[in-house]
Design a protein around this ligand. Structure first.
Ligand code: AMP
Length: 288
């Protein structure tokens, strides 16, 4: 496995692959790798001759007061896992290289980024995400890029950006990988105090409860919302950041569930912010 830390070298390598018409799969990550990340790399490996994974904790997407400093960093272990899964190139730039002092350009996806995490984390979050992914696309020049449904809004924002700015890349969105008990895998799970870990399931349970209500033909978004909130807030260790039932295309709130809806939520537990979501409509799906 090749490790490339320099932007110029990464671009030169990408150009060489491009000239040879080698399909390049790209998996952008912030490291602290887990099965969720590895599932994207595996999918890329099945669809491309070469898989490039970036490991970069992007300072621009963390807002003041968020967990940039305490975000888990497990570089050595990440390399082992990436190599084990067959990643060909790990791109690991420094923040100084990615963000030189006189930069003044950002990328903003206006409407999709205003909702869900864009409200609770602030507009700057998705500006940070879209900008770094645009930069990475320009450096890595992938044929396909892989994102997780776990960050459903992020995947939509990136899809919109790639269309709007004509990036010649196919965006592939992959299913949420969960722990045995159902908790969505996340690098941040490592920071949940051990005693609180079982209680972090409240959001997942709430989402499943919402799905059961829809299965029982309760199509009123407000009553599904109320039941999920009530479930989550039963535990006083949990702070509900947001919960929304939205269109999976526009992320606008829905009143009636007469088509697929995205039920998306964010909680804080033991100082750690976790997100999860479920896609469900009057005809299912009833499991994931
Ligand atoms: P991150 O390192 O958290 O920025 O995530 C890198 C990529 O992995 C993003 O596209 C995430 O959506 C994806 N990802 C993170 N957790 C999961 C998961 N549990 N299942 C599937 N994809 C995931």
């Amino acid at each position: 496995m090749e490790i490339i830390e320099d932007i110029g070298r990464m671009r030169a390598r990408a150009e060489e692959l491009m000239v040879r018409r080698v399909d390049r799969g790209f998996v952008p990550t912030m490291g602290a790798l887990h099965e969720g990340h590895l599932s994207l790399a595996r999918r890329s490996g099945g669809e491309n001759a070469v898989t490039i994974m970036s490991v970069f904790v992007n300072p621009a997407q963390f807002m003041p007061g968020e967990d940039y400093d305490s975000y888990p960093r497990t570089w050595k272990k990440d390399l082992e896992l990436a190599e084990g899964i067959g990643v060909d190139i790990v791109f690991h730039p420094t923040a100084e290289q990615m963000y030189p002092p006189r930069r003044q350009t950002t990328v903003q996806v206006h409407e999709l980024a205003k909702r869900l995490c864009g409200i609770s984390r602030g507009l700057g979050h998705f500006i940070g995400v879209a900008t770094v992914v645009a930069k990475l696309f320009n450096i890595v020049a992938p044929t396909r890029a892989y994102f997780g449904q776990k960050d459903a809004q992020q995947a939509l924002v990136i899809q919109r950006m790639a269309l709007d700015l004509n990036f010649p890349v196919k965006i592939v969105v992959c299913p949420i990988i969960r722990a045995d008990d159902g908790l969505a895998l996340s690098s941040r799970n490592r920071n949940i105090p051990a005693g609180l870990r079982p209680r972090a399931l409240a959001l997942r349970e709430g989402l499943s409860l919402g799905r059961e209500m829809i299965r029982n033909r309760n199509y009123d978004a407000q009553s599904v919302f109320n039941a999920i909130c009530e479930h989550i807030l039963r535990d006083d260790a949990i702070e509900l950041d947001y919960l929304h039932l939205v269109s999976p295309e526009t992320l606008e709130d829905v009143e009636r569930i007469d088509d697929l809806v995205l039920i998306a939520g964010a909680i804080k537990i033991g100082g750690v912010r976790l997100i999860d979501n479920i896609l469900v409509g009057p005809d299912g799906p009833w499991d994931d």
